[in-house]
Design a protein around this ligand. Structure first.
Ligand code: NAP
Ligand code: MG
Length: 502
């Protein structure tokens, strides 16, 4: 049933989940923090407390890493066939779909996003990542190699590579897509045969805890996935630095990404990073403008702009600039703000007051720098961390609102002349390189510009197209490595060369 038509009440399973005490999943047991501390989880629309979760710290992370190590070295997971692993991963996907209503509600309450969006996007995309990666479990393989052996001519060798799971993986995820980021991280690590300690974001721990129950229901052996709730500075930092962790996979800010790299240096654990962005979205005058305008609005306003790949720098060919800006502003004006659980809501609150203040700080800064808001530009008064969808114009390339990631529903729109070199240079004038959009009917230009943009993903005549088969990740300071697709598997595998003298 489409949740948009449902009344504004929590389902019975969601109420039951919210009322039960929250624990962390360590070694197959649901446990409190060793120190016994908890912290509150808020609904960003009403600002009320919806749950308390354990405040895991270094000692809890240590227990989780030990459990993951035991599960990796011995126990059923270590000896399970790839097909059996694949079946469990597939079942996790099925269980997510079976519990879609409940998961969408939990996500909406905890993060603020509309329940209908969580139901239509976050949950099915999460399930799809498990289903897609389930297939990879049986397709990971090494190669046979033909050696030349220049220094032992005539001696035959049999040589091959093995792809082996990297070991115990620490995964640290943000609050913008709590369930989906957990799925993006867990599914490939499990397909590769790793075991995991997952540190969820303090703002949005709930859907991952429900996911932990579903992992158990799917038959995942104890200790294969351990879920720790806690703060980044304590639990997250302890996980990134832990000598028992072989690899850390992080999604979040570029600033914290740097701290992860430093923390990982102790035991030189492998690192993959999916970080921030300030993605250019380019509209040429020959584009289907109605489609491009709707696409540009959704590129920035989807998930309230709290997307690392948000199309936050909108470049529009000069002759159609006014029309496009008016069109995007018009859409922004009509977006209905409200609590995520209200079926009429099109945009919920930002995740926290910190995030609301951060975004509004950029709006103030933009005004001081000389930018002008065509629409929006303010926080919404009253309860909830709402910020109006905003279109800024009259900016200069070096302004901070053009250069820095705002991570809210704020787009800067800038006109360009039809000079491809200048446009590409301007679009690439960023420390980030996560994604980009191009809107045009000129196929040659689309290919030409796509090749020249320094971005991990380029969408042409579309935006925010995610698929388990598409690699996702960043150039420059947007990250190291790729998520999703076959490419992500290398984050979780070691290659071993075996040479045998016959
Ligand atoms: P963040 O601080 O980078 O947090 C991401 C994750 O890292 C969270 O689980 C966080 O824990 C943890 N963490 C924080 N400090 C840590 C440390 N020293 N060591 C290890 N882990 C640590 O992101 P945020 O505070 O949620 O948001 C800030 C900015 O990050 C956003 O405005 C945006 O620029 C960027 N961001 C990017 C993405 C993306 O998908 N690329 C997603 C979200 C945010 P806590 O939850 O306890 O802080
Ligand atoms: Mg935080």
């Amino acid at each position: 049933m489409n949740p948009a038509t449902q009344p504004f009440v929590l389902s019975q399973p969601t109420q039951a989940f919210l009322h039960q005490p929250k624990r962390m999943l360590i070694g197959g047991q649901w446990v409190e923090a060793v120190a016994g501390q908890t912290f509150a989880v808020h609904d960003p629309a009403g600002e009320n407390i919806i749950a308390h979760v354990p405040e895991g710290r270094a000692e809890d992370v240590d227990l989780a890493v030990r459990a993951a190590r035991r599960a990796f070295e011995s126990g059923p997971w270590a000896t399970m066939s790839p097909a059996e692993r694949g079946k469990i991963i597939w079942r996790i996907g099925d269980l997510l779909l079976q519990h879609a209503d409940e998961l969408a509600e939990i996500e909406s309450l905890d993060n603020g996003k509309p329940r209908a969006v969580a139901y239509a996007a976050d949950v099915p995309l999460s399930a799809d990542m498990f289903h897609y990666m389930a297939g990879w479990a049986t397709k990971i393989h090494g190669n046979h190699l033909s050696l030349s052996c220049l220094y032992t001519p005539g001696v035959p060798y049999h040589a091959y590579t093995r792809s082996e799971p990297i070991g115990v993986v620490g995964q640290i995820i943000p609050w913008n897509f709590p369930l989906l980021m957990a799925a993006w991280k867990l599914a490939p690590a499990l397909a590769a045969g790793c075991t995991v300690v997952l540190k969820v974001a303090e703002e949005t721990p709930l859907s991952a805890l429900r996911l932990g129950e579903l992992l158990q229901a799917a038959g995942l052996p104890d200790g294969v996935v351990n879920i720790v709730t806690g703060y980044g500075e304590t639990a997250g930092a302890a996980l990134a630095a832990h000598p028992g962790v072989d690899k850390v996979a992080f999604t979040g800010s570029t600033e914290v990404g740097r701290l992860i790299v430093q923390a990982a240096a102790g035991n030189l654990k492998k690192v993959s990073l999916e970080l921030g962005g300030k993605s250019p979205n380019i509209i040429f005058k020959d584009a289907d403008l109605d489609t491009a305008i709707a696409g540009a609005a959704s590129a920035i306003f989807f998930n309230h702009g709290q997307c690392c790949c948000a199309g936050s720098r909108l470049y529009v060919e000069k002759s159609v600039f006014d029309r496009v800006v008016d069109g995007v502003a018009n859409i922004a004006q009509k977006i209905k703000l409200g609590p995520g659980m209200d079926p009429n809501t099109e945009m919920g609150p930002l995740v926290s007051s910190i995030q609301q203040n951060r975004v509004c700080g950029y709006l103030d800064l933009g005004r001081q720098e000389g930018a002008r808001a065509v629409v929006g530009g303010q926080r919404r008064q009253g309860s909830g961390y709402f910020v109006e969808p905003t279109v800024l114009v009259d900016t200069q390339p070096q302004m901070r609102v053009v250069q820095e990631e705002i991570f809210g529903p704020v787009v800067v729109a800038m006109p360009f002349e039809n000079l491809e070199d200048e446009l590409v240079a301007e679009a690439n004038n960023s420390i980030y390189g996560l994604a980009a959009g191009i809107w045009t009917h000129d196929l040659s230009r689309a290919h030409r510009v796509a090749a020249r943009l320094k971005a991990g993903t380029v969408w042409v005549n579309c935006y925010n197209i995610f698929d388990a088969s598409l690699p996702f990740g960043g150039y420059k300071q947007s990250g190291w490595g790729r998520e999703s697709s076959e490419a992500v598997l290398s984050n979780y595998l070691e290659t071993k060369a075996v040479a045998i003298r016959l």
